[in-house]
Design a protein around this ligand. Structure first.
Ligand code: PLP
Length: 390
């Protein structure tokens, strides 16, 4: 049978994730130090795990409401009010999802008609462009540059707008560059969104992981933006809960309702054990102490990795957030893919070729520093030896 004929055009158009492809080479190799997958090395804080265990012991294994447990939605609304300075109604404007991944997919499917354009800044998280394509949209990349610290300018967004543009997708701090966006820049971007009547999807998944002195600002909090913004956030990164698969979206009720329709038919609800765990994460003040202690640890690791990379001649800007560095490897005359493959083969260090995050990632490598300090030290020594031979 010709299976290619049987698969939808949209899915056929989408490539496999460059991260997954690369990491298939690493599976089963215990000798490899991985700076690859964007996943915290810390276990989920114990109070959260304990609550999940307790809920299972009590037999809490049912479905929940499609939107998610109301008690959790109320805590999320409180959290967003405190952290992002935006108020949402827990009953009608918060939807609990299976990670930010699901929320992103729901938002795009709820918003796009075939051929609608979505502007996003790249290098970016691997799923953005495929998610747009699978929702029958057209992904329009605005490439950010190393010289600007991978920042997004209002001018670049304005230049990409056409009469088919419907959505602008933002992610600060950014995966894979760690770039952040100042209030001033966001105000300029918000102006472009308002002038062109765009809906903004803001992926705030790394918002707690900032290392610079500036406050983190969500575009949703700027004047005139709440009504046109879908704020996506979740527990995977700062709370170290990737495997719980829990995220959420906050948006005006009609947008939340549209997303909820897709969610109720495709997912029904997020797992109750994860929802109970997330409730504990937000209710118990001890969690934020754990989040802060992980953040401080990431900051030390970031400073160490950036210093070592620059010393060995891999020019690397100081990222303001997330847990990635994005060094420039272009001067060695190898493509990102060749550099990453040779680093893996010759030194047993796995990092992701920059091209996995868009064409603008050619000439770069993404290294995730959510890895134990001694492993990072060894990885940097090995990279230095590798670079020395090139
Ligand atoms: N958004 C960004 C920018 C990410 O980097 C990731 C994971 O790496 C996700 C979303 C996925 O998050 P979740 O685990 O909540 O689905």
């Amino acid at each position: 049978m010709n299976y290619a004929d049987k698969i939808s055009d949209q899915v056929g158009k989408v490539p496999r994730s460059g991260i997954r492809d690369f990491f298939e080479l690493v599976i089963g190799r215990d000798d490899v130090i991985s700076l690859g997958v964007g996943e915290p090395d810390f276990p989920t804080p114990w109070n959260i795990r304990a609550k999940a265990i307790e809920s299972l012991e009590k037999g809490q294994t049912s479905y929940t409401s499609n939107l998610g447990l109301l008690s959790l939605r109320k805590e999320i609304a409180k959290y967003c009010s405190k952290v992002f300075q935006v108020d949402y109604d827990a009953e009608s404007e918060v939807l609990i999802t299976v990670g930010v991944s699901e929320a992103l997919d729901l938002a795009l499917r709820a918003l796009l008609n075939p051929g609608d354009e979505v502007i996003y800044h790249a290098p970016c998280y691997v799923s953005y462009s495929p998610s747009v394509v699978m929702a029958h949209g057209v992904a329009v990349e605005v490439t950010t540059k190393k010289e600007d610290g991978f920042a997004l300018t209002p001018e670049a967004v304005a230049a990409a707008v056409t009469d088919r543009t419907r959505v602008l997708m933002l992610n600060f701090p950014t995966n894979p560059t760690g770039a952040v966006c100042s209030r001033e820049q966001l105000e300029g971007i918000a102006k472009v969104a308002i002038e062109n009547d765009l809906i903004v999807l803001t992926d705030e998944i790394y918002s707690e992981l900032r290392y610079d002195e500036e406050e983190h600002v969500s575009i949703a909090s700027l004047p005139g933006m709440r009504e046109r913004t879908i704020l996506l956030h979740g527990f995977s990164k700062a709370f170290s809960m990737t495997g719980f698969r829990l995220g959420y979206s906050c948006a005006p009720a009609p947008l939340t309702e549209a997303m909820m329709k897709i969610h109720q038919y495709s997912m029904l609800c997020a797992p109750i054990t994860s929802q109970v765990a997330a409730l504990e994460a937000l209710e118990n003040p001890a969690t934020m102490d754990s989040v802060e202690s992980m953040r401080q640890d990431y900051k030390l690791r970031r400073d160490f990795v950036v210093r070592r990379l620059n010393e060995m001649g891999l020019e690397c800007h100081l990222p303001g957030g997330a847990f990635y560095v994005f060094p420039d490897i272009s001067r060695f005359g190898l493509t990102s893919q060749e550099f990453a493959l040779r680093l893996l083969e010759e030194e047993d260090v796995a990092a992701v070729p920059g091209t996995a995050f868009g064409e603008g990632g050619e000439g770069f490598l993404r290294c995730c520093y959510a890895t134990a300090f001694d492993q990072l030290e060894e990885a940097m020594d090995k990279m230095e030896a590798f670079v020395g031979r090139l």
